[in-house]
Design a protein around this ligand. Structure first.
Ligand code: BTN
Length: 263
């Protein structure tokens, strides 16, 4: 079935995520567009999808390659009743939703790399960028932006990403319905988000651990000039990464970029 506003609206009828669907042919960034919509009052569950992005954004000012009609570029508006410190946990919730979705196409090969990359066979297939607006001590809204490399071919990936990135098409050996995958991702996210609101991060933590292959691995985490190395011991009750280092102590990492160290 075609991937367009009508088919998406039909498949998402009655759900929270997708109660508003903004389907665009081309936009700078779906995150920026969703941020404006949310600022102007768009309800929780409003979804923005673009067929291409001219300034797709990654974390740490990186570019997110967004060629037309290949992949999924989407941003979702949430209005969680949580404190700003807990809002970043929604990124981890989205990571679990994306990992579960990719795992249904590539069983046993999809895994989360902290904080918010989803890998297939060790190569990145999905990235998540969360942006938030606070109001006083609370959260006014959170925009969760998700990019999934679905049908892009390896030779179409920018050379800079080619070695470390992949797409679902490359991994399963043929084209994949973007409509089916998008709907599955939104459904997984809706279920996990409801659980997060009900139970807090405690309801998500084990699912996150079930969907990562990082525990026990030696990694290097860089946050600006601060670089830490150690073995992943798990994640804390609030989503911080727990890193064991030589003197036998465990440090908490709340932000950064992780690289697996291959010996
Ligand atoms: C990362 O891995 O660095 C995060 C990438 C996030 C990309 C998505 S694509 C849809 C949404 N719009 C953006 O500009 N970025 C996110």
């Amino acid at each position: 079935m075609d991937f367009n506003e009508a088919t998406l609206k039909e498949r998402l009828a009655g759900k929270l995520i997708g109660r508003q669907v903004h389907f665009l042919e081309e936009i700078g960034s779906t995150n920026d567009y969703a941020f404006k919509l949310a600022h102007d009052g768009a309800p929780e569950g409003a979804v923005v999808i673009a067929e291409s992005q001219t300034s797709g954004k990654g974390r740490m000012n990186r570019v997110w390659q967004s060629p037309p009609r290949r992949n999924l570029y989407t941003s979702i508006v949430f209005r969680p009743p949580v404190e700003p410190a807990a809002a970043s946990q929604i990124t981890l919730v989205a990571g679990v939703a994306a990992a579960q979705t990719l795992a249904s196409y590539c069983p046993g090969r999809a895994a989360i790399k902290w904080p918010n990359d989803v890998m297939i066979g060790g190569r990145k297939a999905c990235g998540i960028l969360t942006e938030m607006k606070t109001a006083g001590n609370g959260v006014e809204f959170v925009v969760v932006g998700i990019g999934v490399n679905i049908n892009i071919r390896k030779e179409e990936l920018d050379e800079a990403f080619r070695e470390h990135s992949t797409s679902v098409r490359e991994e399963v050996g043929g084209p994949v319905s973007r409509l089916d995958m998008a709907v599955q991702l939104y459904e997984n996210l809706e279920r996990l988000y409801a659980r997060f609101i009900r139970e807090g991060f405690a309801g998500i933590r084990q699912l996150w651990l079930d969907n990562t292959d990082m525990v026990g691995k030696a990694i290097r985490v860089a946050f600006r000039d601060d670089i830490k190395e150690g073995r992943v011991a798990g994640i804390d009750h609030d989503g911080a990464l727990l890193l064991g280092n030589n003197p036998g102590e465990t440090v908490r990492i709340i932000a950064g970029d992780a690289t697996i160290i291959k010996h």
